[in-house]
Structure formats: C-alpha cells, structure tokens
Design a binder for this molecule. Sequence first.
Ligand SMILES: [Zn+2]
Ligand SMILES: [Zn+2]
Length: 428
Amino acid sequence: MKTLRISNGRVIDPAQAVDQVTDLWIRGENILGVGPQPQLQADRVLDAAGKIVCPGLIDMHVHLREPGREEDETIATGTAAALAGGVTSVACMPNTEPALDNQAAAEFVYLQAARAGNANVFPVGAVTKGREGKELAEIGGLVEGGAVAFTDDGTPVVSAEIMRRALEYCRMFDKAVMNHCEDLELTRGGVMNEGYESMRLGLRGMPAAAEEVMVHRDITLAELTGGRLHILHVSTAGSVDLIRRARKRGVPVTGEACPHHFTLNDSSLRSFDSNFKMSPPLRTEADVQAIIDGLKDGTLDVIATDHAPHAPEKKMRELSEAPNGIIGLETLIPICVRSLIEPGHLTWPQLIEKLTVHPARILGIDRGTFRSGAIADVTIIDPSIEWTIDPSQFRSKSRNSPFAGWKVRGRAFATIVRGQVRYERGAA
Ligand SMILES: [Zn+2]
Ligand SMILES: [Zn+2]
C-alpha cells in the first residue's frame, strides 16, 4: 500500500481537538495518524507548509440534478465542482426527475458517483412518493439503498400529519428529516424577501413568517415524536431564535446556514439580477447578523451551500420568471473566509467543525475526522491565496453565482478522497 505524507501543514481536526503544525500520514485508503512517523518512508510527500490540512469538507445540501435535468448539472460535473471547492463528500437532494424516492434511485446515485470517481455522494431520500406530499416514500427501501436522511427539499412537507409520521418512521432508522420550511400560501408569487426593499422595488415579497411558522411547527413535532429534525437553509432571525430555544429544552433539532444567507442581504435585488433570487430569499441585514450569531453560539451546527445549478438560459429570464437558487460548491471556502474568518466571527477550527464532524454526525456517515483508521478524505486549504471569482472557470455545468467578480481569499489547494489526490490546484 502506498504511503502519503502531507508535511508541515496546520492540521485541524475538531473531532479530536487537534490544531497544530505537523504531518498527516495516509496509508492506502486510510488515515495512519497525525504527527511525525520517523520510522516510515513516504511514497509521496505533499508539502503543506502555510496551508490548512483538515478532514475532507462535507456539503450536506447539494442539488446534482441527475437524473432528469442534466443540462443544469450531472453527478459527474457536480462532484468535479465539489473537488475544486475542497469538498470530498456531498449529500444530494432528491428533487430530481423522477424523484429519488425508492431504493433503486438511491443505488443509481452510488453507481454514477463511483463511475465519476470524484467526490463521495450520499443520497438523501424523498419523504413522500414523487415528492408530492401525499404518501410516505419507501423509507425502509431507501435506507436499504443507502439514503442517509430524508427531505422533500425544493418544496416543504406541507402536511403536518405526514411530517409527524416521517419523524416517527425515520426515528426507527435513526435518520434525520430535513425540512425546507416554507408556508407556500404565504410566499405565493414572491420573488424576494418581504420588507422595505421589496416595497421600494415594487416586487412581491416572501415574509420571514412563512419560514418561521413551519420551523415552529416542525420543532413542535420533533418534540412530540423524538425524531431528529434538521432545518435546511435557516434564513431569518426568528428561525434562529426558535431553534436556539428548542435546543435549550432538549429538542433534537439541528440548523444549517448557507454562505449567501450570512453574506448578502435583500438590497442585492436592486440589481434585478436573478443570481440573487433563491428560496428562502436573501433577508435583511438584521437577519444576516442573526445567522452569524447563530453560527457563533452553536445554534446553527452546519454550513452547507444549497448548490442549485440552473442552465444559463433559464437563469437569464426576468426576475419573476427565473428559477430559484444559486451554485455554491466552488465559492464555499472563500465566502466563509470573507464573512466568518476575516471579521473574527469564527476560528478556523470552529468553521471546519461545521463543515466536517457536524454534518457527518447528522447524516450518520463515517467521515469528518482524522482518527487513525478513518477513511482518508482530506482537504488542504490555502487560506491566504487571493483570487477573483470567475464562474466561467467553474467545473460546475452552471454559472449562476452571485459572487462573480468578487476578489476573495482562500481556496482549496488539494482534495484527497480515500487516500487519492483527486484534485490539485495548478495540476492538469
Ligand atoms: Zn430548499
Ligand atoms: Zn435545496
């Protein structure tokens, strides 16, 4: 078996409280250990001086679009984008066509991911058949096929009764139900956050309350059932507060924040650029600050991108016609550096925790740490390199980034999956 030594990097493994400049050793597909190994001879040495070496980043909220919308993204292109962004594992959402709502569909994702040979992909199963909200999907079969969690993302689970049964049923398998919290009647026709900016622009708004009523409902149902609840893309101050208070009572709820929601606010819509249109929408600056506070005090456990590729011709339509969502895999690291590390909101170990051990725990996957024997998924980050975001250079099939042209700092230097260097900046 080949031995790889990653030398002299700042090795950060929050799961083991490691943060020191040292070596990381890999043998074959597994982590050998952290620290010098004077008796060992490496087959290859990767110099990581000045770089951060951390467990492979896990993005637990990604839309890969295959099957059904391969013009936007495929499992191969989405996972290539993941590697370029420093992400070794993604959890993919079930709003494909057809929906990922049965065992064979989950197995298809594993097959295509293995064929592509890029990042790991963990499928998230649909809560309801066809994501239609009427009948529970084949939860047991999906678990059998390797589904790691359940959601109807793209849309919420509208029925409280079905949400209750999903939480009860998933609890038997120790899987989380991840909900896109949105009262669709309150958001109907909305293109942006409802507030001063929407009034000023004369655009139909989506109120914060549309998210918060469902966060409140789901927390109540998690409390009733004891089922694990994960709130996707938390965007409002009120939602952060609801989750914070629920956790104090011991409710099994976790929360997720997306880089755009802690970086941009609803004034961006003054450009009428559809790359600022997503659901939930960009909120007010007070909401942005509340998300950051939620990340700081641990209320929001996870950072995930909600990578939502749309082919350029779709996103170029008028604001009211354009689909919701933006891509995020290849801008994850620099946007977190800019919004969280540089202002001093989070330390590197705190940030990495939300991108490794926490999502691994929620998904129940054996990733996110350098403990010896663990699968050797590793991200090497160059924290100080400056670059300009240019979506035309992305490996994603889509270009719908709101961060085009931004001058940023921090980027993946190398991405290692199962002990293999699958991506290196500058390499062909
Ligand atoms: Zn969603
Ligand atoms: Zn989503």
